[in-house]
Design a binder for this molecule. Structure first.
Ligand code: F3S
Length: 401
């Protein structure tokens, strides 16, 4: 890989050990994936924040690093709400370690708002063709597909290295040739809301790591695209998708239609709603906000919960910035007894591990909760989640039993 004189000096350790380690990681990745050079990035988003996944080794590594990031950089969700960690019964030991991790990142100049939806925050807008180094899979999918920006799915260390250098290696989704659709999904039925998460759950398994293009019967909004991409990145390894007539790249570039064509039927989506109901008949915990809720999703949750009282634990995850921006939605939601939780999520927080059956409205959470939290998961729309939380569904299930 070609390096400039300045990059060679960094690699030789002439600008300090932290930058030497950072460029060594990027050069190693570049060599593996045949990158020709390093390219400038607009921003970085760094996963590997929760003490649940980082452990003491991760804390030690991050604490030893010196210097400042060269581009706007932000963290992925941590293992707890950084301001109100007692609320989800996080242990003091965990909280102490989690705070040290976040402080170590902050020392490097990284914004410590912990969210998987950085694109909703000021300073993290990304436009068509912008190069980024983001690492959370749903954020990567959204950036590549919905915004038309370009990022690989960085690991935590490589995203941090990119932030410290302001550059990343030029390979993968930074290159035109890797953004071409490889499989076409024709979706027969009209879709709405949580159907997009169910579609992503099904399509991700079929696509693996290929780039899909969807032929849909209707036009999804930004939240629906977010849910589709998040689920495909979890049930498969899709980091970029196109929707004919909707997403920006396929509207600008004249791609050839892929030879592989798959039809997805309504019954396959219905199975996602039905399949896990037997294993998880009585959810003890209901969660929404995977990826973190947008302003519109908070508004919808507030409308659905207005004047109601929940009878089960109901956690709604969003970014701190959106929670601060829309206090009226938060007040309405919390008046019902549901909890709005920031900086973390149902997958990376150890709090979920205390439950055996969790209801989610996210295809990504459906894919990850069993493995990461040791709980069964069941899928439903936001409306169904609210119904379950206030008890009506439980009564119905009780009647039929
Ligand atoms: Fe975000 Fe956590 Fe889901 S990081 S995409 S809310 S698993």
């Amino acid at each position: 890989m070609y390096l400039t004189k300045e990059e060679e000096r960094i690699l030789n350790g002439e600008t300090g050990e932290t930058l030497r380690q950072a460029i060594e990681i990027l050069v190693a990745l570049g060599d593996i994936y045949s990158a020709d050079r390093l390219i400038p990035i607009k921003s970085a988003q760094i996963a590997g924040v929760s003490y649940k996944t980082m452990g003491d080794a991760g804390l030690e590594w991050i604490s030893d690093l010196q210097g400042k990031v060269k581009v706007p950089a932000i963290l992925n969700p941590a293992g707890m709400d950084l301001q109100d960690w007692k609320r989800l019964k996080i242990s003091p030991d965990f909280a102490e370690k989690q705070k040290l991790i976040v402080q170590a990142y902050e020392k490097l100049g990284i914004r410590c708002e912990c969210t998987c939806t950085p694109y909703t925050l000021e300073g993290f807008d990304a436009g068509y063709g912008d190069h980024l180094a983001w690492s959370e899979s749903s954020a990567v999918s959204y950036a590549n597909s919905v915004l038309g920006a370009r990022t690989n799915r960085e690991g935590g260390p490589s995203a941090l290295s990119a932030a410290l250098l302001g550059k990343t290696a030029n390979y993968g989704f930074h290159l035109d040739e890797n953004r071409v659709p490889e499989v076409s999904f024709d979706v027969e039925s009209l879709l709405k809301g949580s159907d997009y998460g169910a579609l992503g759950y099904v399509a991700g398994k079929l696509a693996g790591s290929k780039v899909p293009v969807f032929q849909l019967r209707n036009t999804p909004d930004a939240d629906e695209l977010k849910a589709l991409g998040a689920a495909m990145a979890a049930s498969g390894a899709v980091a970029l998708y196109h929707v004919e007539g909707v997403t920006p790249e396929i509207c600008r570039v004249n791609f050839e239609a892929p030879a592989e064509k798959i039809t997805i039927e309504r019954s396959q989506l219905d199975e996602v709603y039905e399949s896990l109901k037997e294993a998880c008949k009585k959810p003890e915990l209901i969660t929404i906000g995977c990826p973190h809720c947008s302003a519109r999703e908070l508004e919808k949750a507030a409308e659905l919960l207005r004047g109601k009282t929940v009878s089960k634990e109901f956690w709604i995850f969003t970014s701190r910035e959106l929670a601060n921006r829309y206090p009226e939605y938060i007040r309405t939601i919390e008046k019902s007894g549901a909890k709005v939780v920031c900086d973390t999520c149902m997958v990376v927080s150890p709090a979920t591990n205390s439950y055996s059956c969790v209801m989610v409205n996210s295809g990504k959470a459906l894919a990850y909760v069993p493995g990461m939290c040791g709980a069964e998961a069941v899928y439903g729309s936001m409306e169904a989640c609210v119904e379950e939380a206030v008890g009506r569904t439980e009564n119905k299930a009780g009647d039929s039993n």
